[in-house]
Design a protein around this ligand. Structure first.
Ligand code: NDP
Length: 246
């Protein structure tokens, strides 16, 4: 297999379904070895079958991202086996609940923060030295338009995505002079389980398929990418301009 990611190693969280599943497949089709993380073993195995039958390879990591020491151990295992990481896709996420902020249960708030924010930071912390060890480290964070639109009842999810984008921008500024490139993505409404949970009355057939969305995100993993600290909008198929005060 030859491709733009031949010989590279890519870690994808939330690879058992939805956008992460198809992004993992697309990265593998470009030659990357995939480290596929999620809780649902069936989804990971299905991904592995598809990747293998297309001539690629994957390592399956059944892991609950609520398990912070587990994330640390994953970083250690990647260090021992490969000594570097070329692509990190921070895709796993939880919607939490759509509700007025004053009505959200503390348990739901804490769990959503833990998966979307704590785990994102923990993954950044454990992979930062590994990505720096690559000659073309790429990190891609799946954000959401919700981080900016901050609509009524979306406050919890919006806050987690805004926190994620803030970490990504800071990380990009810390690594601007290195080979590492770090960007956020707004995939836009996509035909997945999370979207169906958020908008149960919507006809999914009206939404873009996750495979098509993943194809638009894929180039952010390529070694020739120059942008860093930016937000890529899938629907517009371009990077947006952040206001970056000094
Ligand atoms: P899905 O709900 O279809 O998939 C979410 C993925 O995250 C699954 O693979 C799931 O795996 C994984 N995940 C969730 N919780 C955990 C956990 N505790 N530990 C490990 N893995 C976990 O979501 P989408 O594909 O729709 O979303 C992907 C990303 O894109 C998310 O970050 C989402 O916020 C963002 N996004 C999606 C939009 C959409 O319209 N779909 C719009 C804007 C942003 P498992 O359950 O097997 O653990």
């Amino acid at each position: 297999m030859t491709g733009r990611l031949q010989g590279r190693v890519a870690l994808v969280t939330g690879a058992s379904r939805g956008i992460g599943y198809f992004l993992a497949k697309a990265l593998a089709a470009e030659g990357a070895h995939i480290i596929a993380v999620a809780r649902t073993v069936g989804g990971l195995e299905e991904l592995d079958d598809e990747i293998q039958s297309a001539g690629g390879s994957a390592t399956l990591v059944p892991l609950d991202l609520m398990d912070m020491p587990g994330i640390d151990r994953l970083g250690g295992a990647i260090h021992e086996r490969w000594g570097k990481l070329d692509v990190l896709v921070l895709n796993a996420g939880a919607l939490g609940v759509l509700a007025p902020l004053g009505h959200i249960e503390a348990k739901t708030f804490d769990k959503t923060m833990r998966i979307n924010v704590d785990a994102t930071w923990r993954l950044i912390r454990t992979t930062d030295p590994l990505l720096r060890a690559s000659d073309a480290g790429r990190a891609i964070y799946l954000s959401s338009g919700a981080a900016h639109s901050t609509k009524a009842y979306w406050g919890l999810y919006a806050a987690t995505k805004a926190a994620g984008e803030a970490m990504i921008k800071s990380w990009a500024n810390e690594t601007r002079n290195l080979a590492l490139r770090v960007n956020s993505v707004n995939p836009g409404a996509t035909r997945t389980a999370m979207r169906a949970l958020a908008m149960p009355g919507e006809n999914p057939d009206t939404l873009p398929r996750p495979a098509d969305v993943a194809a638009k995100i894929l180039p952010l993993a390529f070694p020739d990418l120059t942008e860093t600290g930016r937000l890529f909008d899938v629907r517009q198929d371009r990077f947006l301009t952040y206001h970056m005060p000094d």
